[in-house]
Structures are given as C-alpha cells and as structure tokens.
Design a protein around this ligand. Structure first.
Ligand SMILES: *[C@@H]1O[C@H](CO)[C@@H](O)[C@H](O)[C@H]1NC(C)=O
Ligand SMILES: *[C@@H]1O[C@H](CO)[C@@H](O)[C@H](O)[C@H]1NC(C)=O
Ligand SMILES: *[C@@H]1O[C@H](CO)[C@@H](O)[C@H](O)[C@H]1NC(C)=O
Ligand SMILES: *[C@@H]1O[C@H](CO)[C@@H](O)[C@H](O)[C@H]1NC(C)=O
Ligand SMILES: *[C@@H]1O[C@H](CO)[C@@H](O)[C@H](O)[C@H]1NC(C)=O
Ligand SMILES: *[C@@H]1O[C@H](CO)[C@@H](O)[C@H](O)[C@H]1NC(C)=O
Ligand SMILES: *[C@@H]1O[C@H](CO)[C@@H](O)[C@H](O)[C@H]1NC(C)=O
Ligand SMILES: *[C@@H]1O[C@H](CO)[C@@H](O)[C@H](O)[C@H]1NC(C)=O
Ligand SMILES: *[C@@H]1O[C@H](CO)[C@@H](O)[C@H](O)[C@H]1NC(C)=O
Ligand SMILES: *[C@@H]1O[C@H](CO)[C@@H](O)[C@H](O)[C@H]1NC(C)=O
Ligand SMILES: *[C@@H]1O[C@H](CO)[C@@H](O)[C@H](O)[C@H]1NC(C)=O
Ligand SMILES: *[C@@H]1O[C@H](CO)[C@@H](O)[C@H](O)[C@H]1NC(C)=O
Length: 523
C-alpha cells in the first residue's frame, strides 16, 4: 500500500516535471482544423493548437499528398495558412509584458497550391520591425526563423509581409519563454534573429526535451573536422544554458591541425550587424589547450576552454563588415599543446528597432476592443506602424520616444452590437471617437468623456457629440437614494406592523394562536 502510494506520487512528480518543462510554451500548428487542436507532437510530446484564435484572414491548406513524406515526421508541417490578400498579415501572440521569449516561425511550401513554385519569398516582421527574409526554393525546402526579444506589451504581433515574391504562408508559430538572465544582450530595445545555431560533432538534430528552451540545434559536418564526445556531465553556463546533450559533442581539426574555420558567410543585407556566441567545454586530457578566436581580423579572445565546465566567447558589440563577408576562426597559440576544439555556436543578427510602435497601453486597449466586438477588418499587427498598414479608422499622434498614442478612432457603420465597452476609456489620449451607425445599446460609460486627458469628440447617435451634451450622471445618486429609502422605510414599516400586531394581539388573546401563526409565516 505504502509502495503503491509512493509509486503514484512519483508518477505525479514525473508528470509535474514534464508539464513544468513546457510551462508557457505556445505551439501553433497553422492551418490545423480546430477538432485536432491539442494534438501532441510524436517526438517532443508538446501539444500543438489550432491557429484561429491568433490570426484573422488567410486560408487553410494542406501540403500536396506526395510531399507528406518530406516533412521529416513533423505533422506541424503538413498544414499551413496562406495569405493571398493583404500586404501584411500577423499572428498576435499573448505574452507577459517585460518577459524574455524565443519565437519561431517555420515554413514548408510542399506545393500546397499545386503551382509547383520553384521560389517563394516574403519578409517577416517582429512587431513593426524587419526580422527575416524567407526564401524557399523547392517544395521540400523547410525554413525556420527565430527571434529572441523582450515583450513590450501583453500582445506581440509576428507578421508576414508580401514583397511580391509569392503568397506568404506559415506552417508553425512557436513561443518559448526564456529566463530573464539568458542572452543578456537582449533587452526591451534590442531583439535579435537567429542566423545560425549548430551543435558540432552531433549525429542528429536536437530540440526539446534535450534543450528545455526548445531551441533548434542543427548539426554540421566538415571534411576538415573530427568528432569528439564525452559521457561526463558538464556544468552549465548561466548566460546561455547550452544543455549537456549539446555540449557533450564537439569537433577538433583532423590530423592535429591548429586552425578551425568555424563559419564563413556573406550577409544578404549590407546593413546587418552580427553577434557570435561560441560555446566551449573541454573534456579531453587536461593539457594546455589555448587558442585565439577571431571574427574577420578582430581577436575576440585568447582562450582556454574550462574542463567539464561550459563557458562562452562572444563579440563585445554588434559587428558589421563593410563588404558583408564574415569568417569566424579559432587558431591555436604557440603555447597550446592540444589543437582547438568547439562544442557549439550561435550567430545572431540584430533586429533593428528603427520603426516606432503604438504605446503598449493603447495597443492593449485596442486588442481588448477588437476581441470584445469581434472586429475583423484589417486590424492586425501594430495599429499605427508602419503607416501604410495602419488599422482602418485609427489615427495616431506624433511619435515621442519611438512610440505613438491613438488619438482618433472611427468605428462608425461597423455592425457593432452589445453595449458601449468600458475599454474605450482605456484610450486615454483619444480626441475623437465615432461609434455611430452601429447597433450598440446600454448606457454610455460616464467616465469616457471624463477620463480623457484632452477634449474628446464622441459621436454615438446620428453624429451627435455626446461629450458636448450634458450626460446625466450615472444612477449612482439614485442608487444611494434607493438604498437609503429601503434601509429607512422597511424597518419603519416593520416596527409599525410589530407594534400594531402587538396591540392587536393583546386585545384578542383568544385568537392568539392564529396571529402567532401569521406572524411566524411572515417574519
Ligand atoms: C515540379 O517542378 C519540378 C522542377 O521544377 C519538376 O521536376 C516536377 O516534375 C514538377 N512537378 C509537377 C507535379 O509538376
Ligand atoms: C531602452 O530605451 C529607453 C529609451 O531610450 C531607455 O530609457 C531605456 O533605458 C532602454 N532600456 C534598456 C534596457 O536598454
Ligand atoms: C562526424 O559526425 C557526423 C555526423 O554524425 C558524420 O557525418 C561525420 O562523418 C563524422 N565525422 C567524422 C570525421 O567521423
Ligand atoms: C561528413 O563528411 C565526411 C567527410 O567529408 C563524409 O565522409 C561523410 O559522409 C559526411 N557525412 C554526412 C552525414 O554528410
Ligand atoms: C596528435 O598529437 C598527439 C600528441 O602530440 C599524438 O599522439 C598523435 O599521434 C597526433 N595525431 C595525429 C593524427 O597526428
Ligand atoms: C608564434 O610563433 C611564430 C613563429 O615562431 C611567431 O612568428 C609568432 O610571433 C609567435 N606568436 C606568439 C603569440 O608568440
Ligand atoms: C528610437 O529608435 C532609434 C532608431 O533605432 C534609436 O536610435 C533610438 O535610440 C530610439 N529612441 C528611443 C527613445 O528608444
Ligand atoms: C506633428 O508633426 C507634424 C509634422 O511634423 C507637425 O506639423 C505637427 O504640428 C505635429 N503635431 C504635434 C501635436 O506636435
Ligand atoms: C457611416 O454612415 C453615415 C450615414 O450613412 C455616413 O455619413 C458616414 O460617413 C459613414 N461613416 C463611415 C466611416 O463610412
Ligand atoms: C452580436 O451579434 C453577433 C452576430 O449576430 C451575435 O453572435 C452576438 O451574440 C451579438 N452580441 C451581443 C452582445 O448582442
Ligand atoms: C475590456 O473588455 C473585456 C471584455 O468585455 C472585459 O473583460 C474587460 O474587463 C474590459 N476591460 C476594462 C478595463 O474595462
Ligand atoms: C457644444 O456646446 C456648445 C455650447 O453649448 C455649442 O456652442 C457648440 O455648438 C456645441 N458643439 C457641438 C459640436 O455640438
């Protein structure tokens, strides 16, 4: 019995650990029918949900039947949502304002439209800023883009932008919370996009549960490298938390060479700035291993990896080569006995925050209004920026501190029903609000005209300005009067009745039992 209880407790504990490991994960399988929402991934056991709560517009599709075998057993690539209309279409994902996240979008064309396109290209944006250019060159191509960012609001839009290179689409959107201490270079003002992430010396692709943050680690092979590995546990590093299964494999040059060309690339945008994180943990004989790490000709560090302890080397600031060509190289120093080695690396490019955005208060208020009334216009992404994609009926103030406020909202003739929401009062800088031509009913929130910082023109009925009228104060006064009258009159009546009954009872002692019965029934 005790054993059974212990067993049950361990099962519960194990389940709790599994759930805790995925805490805050949001995994959206785009185009998935709602009836399959919640299906668990065969490899990671992560539940994937349908995308309809997070996006408006677009069309659901399945990849071509003859492409199903090319999804690498990843069912989330079998369905997708495409966006033939509208230049910008966004998923709006719920976040905790101020928390750090990894967001990933995955794309597999799979000839879903039967066009057998040999090239599909479009851009993706994180909020209002350019994040990545997606470029697929065959039906089997599988592209993923990741960004690490700090949420600036309780909603973050991730957007697909049609640049004329085909119809944008997306197969998967995944959100993973990161501990605030991870990737200290990322802040509310600095987001970055994953350019490359490699697990060196590995024999397979790695993600959750090997990496509790579900980062994608690809493997990489090179004829000049030899694989090395260990079973020993490696002590992790606090800034990157590269997990043991990643650190336990590494590469070194073949034939005791002294140089490793870790990565060479050319940037497709001259303006890109890069940050490189090289992850090391030595697990060979404890003899001196010392090397210099370079990005182009700049020495990042002269370095000795620690024994069975993870540590990292990075460039101190965002790096840009004027010719757009980059190489990252490790070269043994003269003192080194052992050749260089490296376990893993990550390369990011800076997501420039060069576009202003709507203040988070106003964005959150607009999201509440949009959801409350089920507005389904072009209302997706940031309400104000970029101006060419601004929400219909919304006008914004001049930018201060890279954010803007909503000052004008015209929702007239929009088939709104229900009552006038208190959420309109959250738009504190509003100067104009038009709700005429709808089927709204119920009282006008008294605070709407009052709470507003500046003067508000509020049209509701037949274009009349309701703020200019004397809006009768809410029935708070009446309520108090009612409460007072009830609380005064009722006891008085009761007392009078009691006194009268008492007198009556004294006079008619003979009928005592009858009146006692009535008294009991009524009080
Ligand atoms: C699709 O295009 C490729 C090359 O562009 C061609 O080899 C293939 O036969 C085409 N498939 C179909 C179904 O048209
Ligand atoms: C972000 O930018 C604002 C405005 O320039 C600044 O006040 C704030 O300190 C910055 N925050 C971080 C974390 O860099
Ligand atoms: C290293 O591992 C990779 C992946 O398993 C493999 O393709 C490659 O041949 C290995 N390299 C050597 C030199 O054994
Ligand atoms: C890795 O590279 C080695 C040497 O070039 C080669 O023999 C091997 O087949 C490659 N493995 C893979 C999986 O590409
Ligand atoms: C590499 O160096 C070690 C120690 O100096 C030596 O024992 C080994 O034979 C060398 N291996 C090769 C392939 O040269
Ligand atoms: C390493 O040795 C080479 C050749 O002997 C020499 O030119 C170079 O200055 C030495 N480098 C260092 C850092 O000692
Ligand atoms: C506004 O954006 C510009 C361009 O990215 C940046 O240089 C500046 O620091 C930002 N200002 C604030 C207040 O965040
Ligand atoms: C906003 O900017 C425009 C153009 O720069 C300017 O004419 C206008 O006065 C500004 N408005 C406010 C309220 O600052
Ligand atoms: C709403 O309808 C009224 C009456 O037909 C019209 O005057 C007004 O311009 C319309 N508003 C919008 C934004 O279309
Ligand atoms: C508004 O209209 C929609 C569709 O006609 C209906 O489903 C919804 O219940 C209505 N809401 C209110 C608050 O009347
Ligand atoms: C906004 O509207 C939603 C839906 O009606 C409601 O739950 C929420 O309390 C409102 N927020 C405020 C501040 O009124
Ligand atoms: C607002 O009220 C003032 C004073 O009663 C009046 O002169 C003005 O015409 C009104 N404005 C509008 C837009 O109704």
């Amino acid at each position: 019995m005790a054993l059974l209880a212990f067993f049950a407790a361990s099962v519960l504990a194990a389940t709790a650990v599994l759930v805790a490991g995925q805490e805050g994960f949001l995994s959206i399988d785009c185009g998935l029918e709602a009836e399959f929402s919640g299906r668990r991934d065969t490899y990671t056991n992560i539940p994937y949900v349908s995308d309809s709560p997070y996006v408006d517009g677009g069309e659901n599709h399945k990849i071509a039947a003859d492409q199903m075998s090319n999804t690498g057993d990843d069912p989330s690539l079998q369905t997708l949502r495409s966006f033939p209309s509208g230049v910008r279409n966004c998923y709006t994902i719920p976040t905790e304002s101020g928390a750090k996240y990894l967001v990933r979008m995955e794309f597999m064309y799979g000839n879903y439209d039967g066009q057998n396109s040999s090239s599909v290209q479009f851009d993706i944006h994180l909020g209002t800023n350019f994040w990545d250019a997606v470029s697929l060159s065959s039906p089997t191509d599988d592209w993923w883009s990741e960004a690490i960012f700090v949420a600036w609001s309780s909603w973050v839009p991730v957007c697909l932008v049609n640049t004329g290179g085909g119809t944008p689409f997306v197969s998967t959107v995944e959100l993973r919370p990161l501990q605030a201490s991870l990737y200290p270079d990322v802040s509310i003002n600095v987001s970055m996009s994953t350019f490359s992430r490699k697990n060196l010396g590995a024999s397979s692709f790695t993600r959750f549960p090997d990496d509790p943050y579900d980062r994608f680690w690809s493997r990489r092979n090179n004829s000049l490298w030899t694989n090395i590995s260990t079973q020993e546990t490696i002590q992790l590093d606090g800034n990157f938390a590269v997990p043991n299964p990643i650190l336990q494999t590494a590469i070194a040059p073949i034939s005791n060479g002294t140089v490793i060309i870790v990565s060479e690339w050319e940037s497709y945008k001259a303006s890109f700035e890069f940050m490189v994180f090289l992850h090391f943990a030595d697990f060979q004989k404890r003899r001196l291993r010392q090397f210099s790490a370079y990005i182009n000709n700049e020495v990042l560090d002269q370095y000795s990896p620690k024994y069975l302890t993870a540590s990292s080397v990075q460039n101190s600031g965002w790096y840009r080569a004027t010719d757009g060509k980059y190489s990252v190289i490790l070269a043994a120093t003269n003192l080194s006995v052992l050749p260089p080695m490296i376990n893993a690396y990550e390369i990011y490019n800076l997501i420039p925050h060069d576009m202003p955005r709507t203040s988070s208060e106003d964005f959150e208020a607009m999201m509440a209004i949009k959801r409350e009334y089920g507005v389904n216009k072009n209302w997706n992404g940031d309400p104000c920026f970029p101006p060419k994609y601004a929400w219909n009926g919304v006008k914004c103030s001049n930018v201060t501190g890279n954010t803007t406020r909503i000052i004008y909202l015209d929702m007239s003739n929009s088939s709104l029903n229900g009552s006038i929401s208190n959420n309109f009062t959250l738009l504190t800088q509003l100067q104009f609000l038009d709700l005429s031509g709808n089927s709204l009913n119920g009282p006008i929130p008294y605070t709407l005209c009052q709470k507003n910082a500046g003067p508000l023109i509020f049209r509701y009925e037949s274009g009349e300005d309701m703020c200019n009228k004397t809006i009768s104060p809410p029935p708070a006064g009446n309520k108090i009067a009612t409460i007072i009258s009830i609380s005064v009159v009722v006891p008085m009546v009761v007392v009078v009745v009691l006194v009268l009954s008492c007198l009556f009872w004294r006079r008619n002692r003979k009928n005592q039992s009858v009146y006692a019965l009535i008294f009991q029934k009524h009080y």
